[in-house]
Design a protein around this ligand. Structure first.
Ligand SMILES: [Cu+2]
Length: 216
């Protein structure tokens, strides 16, 4: 590879100054990500509004779990296509969810835990929202939210999303356990959750589903 010291020096200096454009250029030079052009950056970064909302949800939650459990949900669309995996980790404040999914329509989508661990298209088999505390649906509803309510996810133009979620007060196997006799499922809907319409946020069709499986 032909080296061009003046450019490298310039990039180094700009990166050291914290210039965003220089950072992007330097990263693009250092590591080429297949299929990742300048317009396909992940929309949800570590400092997104969604992350801030999740952090606040958890900070406001009373201690719930003991932080020992881990589970996964293999997400599939109605045709059975594998979209990726969501990991559920029990923390002292609740369950945190994380994953990278592909093959979803761009835009905002509701992201919930539903009460039954059955994913038979069109996924009505997963039942309603996981709601062991008999709450109202939605972050903005009086008496809400359900334990299974999570913040909307935003899928990028490249049909992928790095998602995060949290269910403050929930546990995998302790009090208000998500993994009960009939299990549970992680669901993604066609539309965003409006955080207030009963009983499920006017989120539309169920477009992806994954049965929650406890880790070993
Ligand atoms: Cu749902």
């Amino acid at each position: 590879m032909k080296r061009t010291p003046p450019l490298v020096l310039l990039l180094t200096v700009l990166a050291a100054c914290g210039g965003d454009r220089a950072d992007e250029s330097a990263q693009g030079t250092a590591a080429s990500v297949p299929g990742a052009g300048p317009d396909s950056a992940m929309p949800v970064g570590p400092t997104s509004p969604q992350d801030s909302a999740i952090a606040k949800d958890l900070a406001d939650a009373p201690a719930a779990g003991v932080g020992i459990g881990r589970a996964t949900a293999r997400m599939r669309d109605a045709s059975g296509r594998d979209l990726g995996e969501v990991t559920l980790t029990e923390t002292a404040q609740g369950i945190q969810l994380a994953g990278q999914l592909r093959g979803l329509p761009p835009g905002q989508h509701a992201f919930h835990i539903h009460t039954t661990g059955r994913c038979e298209p069109p996924f009505e088999s997963a039942g309603g929202h996981w709601n062991p505390t008999n709450a109202q649906h939605g972050f903005e509803a009086p008496g809400g939210p359900h334990l299974g309510d999570m913040r909307n996810i935003t899928v990028g133009a490249d049909n992928t999303v790095v998602l995060r979620g949290a269910t403050p007060g929930g546990t995998l196997r302790g009090a208000n356990a998500v993994v009960d006799q009939d299990g549970a499922a992680v669901l993604i809907h066609a539309k965003p959750d409006d955080y207030r319409t009963q009983p499920s946020g006017d989120a539309g069709d169920r477009i992806a589903c994954g049965v929650v499986e406890m880790g070993t």
